[in-house]
Design a protein around this ligand. Structure first.
Ligand code: HEC
Length: 398
């Protein structure tokens, strides 16, 4: 297909919906799709959400974009700090490629893209030549002039999840996909697989390639060297990171799990905790429960109940049952305290891997473990525990 040339004057209009000006609890902003750091020294965490662009400050979210739209693609141009975005407004229709030069307060339309207006779910900008922009909408599209004109790129790896541009070569990019991590040296015309495990996200920062690999966790390799992968952390339990962002100095990382939860590391990815941080156990019961959990349960159910971490063995063994997350992310909260107590004391009828604990633990110890686990749940989960998890009114806040 011939490249289509579109003029920036093909401007699109936004559906203007009222701006949320006050800081909101993070649960109120709906689905978060992507993350980046912006502002001076890349210190401000920006969230691309279902209802616009937000900054994350003091454990709450504040809308920064004047327009409310579902931010499906978001990428920071590394040289000028401009933000590229794509998505659709609530009333439908796509927005094509948008650009902000004021850290997300206002966006202007750059182009419709090929067969547009497009809704790029993946967006990446080269740091070597920031005029090179990649977007994915019905296949790969490549722009060599900052997103104004586009041409169709090569065939993408199947089940693509994320793109990241190289820090070394202008036409080089990485693709995270359910079938592995791929690299292309020719703007995506052809691809070579460099990791064969499912890879859910990839990020390039100052020559380091970070990837989240199912079964290996967060890994890193230096692009300039032989690309030796080093494991940074593999204790994510049942969580996988669908996106993550990193500050300019590389110390703070924030990730987004498939459950829509934010996770944070302040030591270059070595240790992770929920963002906002979960409160520490308060009551005597919760504190005792934490000790019971760490001694007897954590080896399978993960640190702070994040679930058993995906392993090659588990992923390749038929009928393997992973120990589920017991924090709020999976569905432990669909059970009443009595049901949880029964599973703990009697074990699982499905697998001896979850043994009966009644010979080891007293009923009070088991109840303490439950109290500790519930301290890790969110407000909705605590309020709507058990049969009420089916009650829409309860989930909706009543
Ligand atoms: C050797 C691994 C292992 C250990 C140790 C272990 N569990 Fe489990 N647990 C599992 C597995 C596997 C399942 C899933 C069983 C199934 O799906 O039938 C499970 C399921 C559960 C469930 C049901 C969750 C749900 O959503 O239905 C609870 C509650 C639970 N475990 C609590 C505990 C507690 C509390 C401890 C410590 C006292 C513990 N487990 C120790 C492996 C383990």
């Amino acid at each position: 297909m011939k490249p289509k040339y579109l003029l920036p004057s093909l401007l699109l209009s936004f559906a203007l919906t009222p701006l949320m000006t006050k800081a909101e609890p993070i649960e109120n902003i709906g689905h978060i799709h992507n993350l980046t750091f912006a502002g001076e020294n890349q210190q401000t965490l920006i969230l691309g959400a279902h209802i616009g662009l937000f900054s994350y400050e003091q454990n709450s979210a504040k809308q920064i974009s004047k327009e409310s739209f579902d931010v499906m693609g978001l990428s920071r141009e590394p040289v000028s700090g401009a933000l590229y975005a794509s998505g659709h407004p609530a009333k439908g229709g796509n927005l094509g490629l948008l650009r902000s030069d004021d850290e997300g307060k206002t966006f202007r339309s750059i182009s419709k893209g090929i067969n547009g207006p497009v809704d790029f779910h993946q967006l990446a900008v080269s740091s070597v030549d920031p005029k090179i922009v990649y977007g994915v909408h019905d296949g790969l599209q490549v722009s060599a002039d900052g997103g104004i004109n586009w041409k169709e790129g090569g065939k993408l790896p199947p089940k693509l999840l994320q793109l990241a541009a190289s820090d070394i070569k202008p036409n080089k990019l990485f693709a995270a996909s359910e079938q592995g991590l791929f690299v292309s040296d020719n703007n995506g015309d052809s691809w070579q697989r460099i990791l064969s495990y499912p890879t859910t996200s990839v990020l390039v920062n100052k020559g380091s390639i970070f990837a989240f690999v199912v079964g290996k966790g967060l890994v890193v390799a230096e692009e300039a060297e032989e690309m030796q992968w080093r494991e940074i952390n593999n204790t994510f339990g049942s969580q996988v990171l669908l996106d993550f962002a990193i500050t300019a100095d590389g110390h703070r990382l924030v990730g987004l799990s498939q459950y829509g939860a934010l996770l944070e590391s302040v030591d270059q990815g070595r240790n992770w905790q929920s963002l906002p941080a979960k409160p520490l156990p308060v009551t005597v019961q919760e504190k005792n429960g934490q000790i019971i959990f760490q001694t007897n349960c954590q080896s399978c159910h993960g640190i702070a109940g994040v679930g058993e971490t995906y392993s090659t063995e588990g992923l390749t063994t038929k009928g393997y049952i992973f120990a589920p997350a017991l924090n709020g992310s999976a569905h432990a909260w669909h059970h009443t305290d009595d049901q949880l107590l029964k599973t703990i004391m009697e074990g699982s009828p499905r697998t001896s891997k979850m043994p009966a604990w009644k010979a080891t633990l007293s009923k009070d110890d088991a109840l303490d473990a439950i109290a500790y686990l519930k301290s890790l749940w969110g407000e909705t989960q605590k309020r709507c525990q058990g049969p009420k998890h089916m009650d829409r009114a309860c989930i909706g806040g009543k």
